[in-house]
Design a protein around this ligand. Structure first.
Ligand SMILES: *Cc1c(COP(=O)(O)O)cnc(C)c1O
Length: 474
């Protein structure tokens, strides 16, 4: 299995190479040269498997440069019940991603029971183990540099802490994250984790990361890498839970389900698209956005018009406050029947800050891929949090509320709907309290997290300071 770039002008790479590479040299994103199909017979066999067995079965179809016994060991180390310890009281943490029945045809897939209480753990934990393995094999090291406004940074740090050959330098805007998110990251005392609070906003942090990454000499000399949402390993790990959700909801392979995904960078739902391309009987994929509804507009009109960051709203589902979804290019590549020159044409406008509109034929073909969409607003989130709590005694977070809103817009009484739960409500206490008047109860080990000792540096908005810090800790 080789991996190719969506822009068609980069050499094909192996799985291990793609994992350590971000963007392709031609500016595109890597995808497998074809999607392995899961036959009806195979799908039936998958029904018998535990989550780690299922993950191994899916991964080995995409990975051919790591011995199967090693891959198996990596997967077993990654998907362990003790890592997914924040499962709800009546859920089995060995399930990794248990389903939760809301009513006769509405279900949640609990993806957020890992260490940082958001679904990003599922993929990031896999990446941590994978990186450690590949770096050791290649006898090299990696310094991960990233910028975060909360979720991604903490998932990355918890996945990489204590890993051999890896250091993490994570930039965040000083005093701009919630107390809980700050404590999650800054209370880590591991020697390979470096928290850098920058006096500025999130975009300043991202600009510093870009400036450092554009200094190719520095990047090479200091072995700088990334774990951002375009990393193929993150997409791959997420394909598994679509299979898990489907198998939980159905008894035989003639049944179909719909899936709704709270969407930001289009990474999660891209994995759902690939699961569907592999033959998983998903009828519809519902893209849920918040007030930042660029993708909702696209699926309703065929017009894709990303917005600059100063036109992006700050909402109560902040991990979806994205107006240019970095993984979207992967789907459009498939939509265009993998015509890289057509894709380059569309993205020549996007890369200049412009937009594009699909022609009628391409727009009509979206329905072959099952995609539909909806958007929601703050009041919708409050209403859904309150409604689900009152009627079903289930507390949901703000992003999952965006998902529920979209799922109800498209609910069909004949087809079970699975909504992906992308974070636990504990992470967004203030909005939960606004919706239902009480705060979600925290697990014992998180009750006093804000009081723990914190380990972080405070820097000016200055790329050179960050570079010097990386060099002196190398
Ligand atoms: C990252 C994130 C999302 C968006 O996921 P994408 O893969 O970027 O589409 C949604 N909800 C939460 C809670 C997240 O952390």
């Amino acid at each position: 299995m080789k991996y190719i770039s969506t822009r068609g002008n980069s050499p094909a790479l192996s799985f291990s190479e793609v994992l350590l590479t971000g963007l392709a040299p031609d500016g595109g994103l890597y995808l497998p040269e074809s999607y392995p199909k899961v036959s009806d017979e195979e799908l039936t066999e998958l029904r018998m498997l535990s989550y780690p067995e299922l993950a191994f079965n899916i991964f080995k179809r995409f990975v051919d440069d790591i011995p199967e016994a090693d891959l198996k060991k990596i997967v077993d180390n990654t998907y362990r019940a003790d890592v997914y310890r924040y499962a709800r009281k009546n859920q089995d943490p060995r399930d990794i991603t248990p389903t939760l029945k809301i009513n006769e045809n509405l279900y949640l897939l609990s993806l957020s029971n890992g260490p940082t209480l958001a679904f990003k753990d599922i993929a990031m934990q896999f990446l941590g183990h994978m990186f450690e393995y590949i770096l050791k094999k290649n006898n090299t090291e990696l310094n991960i540099l990233g910028a975060t406004s909360g979720d991604t940074g903490s998932a990355a740090e918890y996945a990489m802490r204590g890993k051999q050959g890896i250091k993490v330098f994570m930039l965040s805007p000083y005093k701009k994250m919630s107390a809980f998110q700050t404590a999650q990251m800054f209370s880590l005392q591991d020697e390979n984790i470096f928290n850098i609070a920058v006096k500025g906003v999130f975009d300043d942090c991202q600009d510093i990361v870009k400036a450092v990454s554009n200094d190719l000499d520095f990047k090479k000399k200091n072995k700088i890498g990334a774990v951002n949402s375009i990393n193929w390993g993150r997409i791959l790990a997420q394909i598994v839970y679509y299979f898990k959700g489907y198998l939980d909801l159905t008894k035989n392979n003639s049944e179909v389900i719909d899936v709704t995904v709270p969407t930001g960078n289009f990474g999660n739902i891209c994995a759902g698209h690939i699961a569907r391309m592999m033959g998983l009987p998903i009828r519809r994929l519902v893209v849920a956005t918040n007030e930042n509804d660029v993708l909702d507009e696209f699926f309703k009109t065929g017009n894709y018009a990303p917005r600059p960051s100063d036109k992006t709203f700050h909402t109560s589902s902040p991990s979806m406050d994205i107006s240019k979804a970095s993984n979207f290019e992967r789907f459009i590549f498939d939509l265009l029947s993998r015509d890289a020159s057509k894709l380059r044409e569309l993205w020549s406008s996007i890369d200049k800050g412009g937009s594009f509109k699909l022609d009628d034929e391409a727009y009509r073909s979206i329905q072959n891929f099952g995609f539909i969409s909806s958007s929601s607003k703050h009041q919708n989130r409050l209403d859904f949090i309150a409604n689900i709590y009152k009627n079903y005694s289930v507390m949901i977070d703000t992003h999952t509320a965006d998902g529920l809103k979209a799922s109800i817009d498209h609910l069909d009484s004949d087809v079970p709907m699975l909504v992906l739960e992308t974070a636990l409500p504990i992470k967004f206490e203030e909005t939960i309290e606004e919706a239902i008047g009480i705060k979600p109860e925290r697990p014992d080990d998180l009750k006093n997290i804000e009081q723990l000792d914190q380990r972080f540096e405070v820097f000016d908005n200055d790329t050179d300071q960050v570079k010097q810090f990386i060099e002196s800790n190398n």
